[in-house]
Design a protein around this ligand. Structure first.
Ligand code: SAM
Length: 230
């Protein structure tokens, strides 16, 4: 199993973020280790949706679906289509920017802020969050922004993370965002964005809604090194 899988297992062991029967949205899901872990943790009644700029080349069971998509251009209602419009119990993000050595922490914080921006539209009240961030100047503000939305918030570096890695995982429980029902707002702006068609079923790659920029550079956003789940 890939190292990233152990990070999620270790954090979930302590925090119980993902439970049997949960609907999980995994942002930045390729090559698929967190999907594999989430699939196991949620069991036969669970549903797991992953999105990433990259394709998966590993087949998953019938409860896992994957979109090739960019989180910055994917409207929230598209993420809920596979759940029949119902919000997720858990939002995961292991997203990482292309590392350049300069300003990577800011790019990482920008990805986290997109996760927090999406949360009111796609995460159930009371829902849980786990997101990766590269430690840096944005960290205190990001913690505050997360605290404003959740009942309980903390940061952890799992033992499975390499010692030299600057990655930290912000976990949060008890979402108390502003949208209190399961309605997904249909903003006029969203209507103009590319929306993948609703999937006919689970367990297959159904759409590619990456931005033209990302399609032109298929390696954009890749930070990986993690191997496919075995
Ligand atoms: C460390 S990998 C994720 C590993 C994954 N959690 C696993 O266990 O296999 C980070 C991923 O974030 C994705 N990513 C970065 N920016 C993204 C964006 N704007 N939209 C969607 N995915 C993005 C990258 O393509 C990359 O696959």
């Amino acid at each position: 199993m890939a190292r990233s899988a152990y990070k999620l297992l270790e954090i979930n062991e302590k925090k119980n973020l993902i439970l049997i029967g949960h609907r999980v949205i995994d942002l930045g899901s390729a090559p698929g280790s967190w999907l594999q872990v989430s699939e196991k943790l949620t069991g036969r009644r669970g549903r797991v949706l992953g999105i990433d700029l990259q394709e998966l080349n590993h087949p998953f069971g019938p409860n896992v679906l994957h979109f090739v998509a960019d989180v910055f251009t994917t409207p929230p209602e598209v993420l809920l289509e596979p759940f029949g419009g119902r919000k997720a119990n858990v939002l995961l993000s292991d997203m990482a920017p292309n590392t350049t050595g300069h300003g990577d922490d800011h790019l990482s914080a920008r990805l986290c802020r997109r996760v927090l921006e999406l949360a009111p539209s796609i995460l159930k009240p009371g829902g849980n969050l786990l997101m990766k961030v590269l430690e840096g100047g944005d960290m205190p503000a990001l913690m505050e922004e997360t605290r404003a939305l959740f009942r309980e918030v903390g940061a952890t570096k799992p033992a499975a993370s390499r010692d030299v890695s600057r990655e930290i995982f912000i976990w949060a429980k008890g979402f108390q965002g502003t949208l209190e029902n399961d309605e997904v707002p249909q903003s006029p702006a969203n209507k103009h964005k590319i929306a993948p068609k609703a999937p006919a079923g689970w367990g297959s790659v159904v759409a590619d809604s990456r931005s033209p920029e990302s399609k032109a550079d298929p390696k954009k956003g890749e930070s990986g090194g993690a191997s496919l789940p075995g």
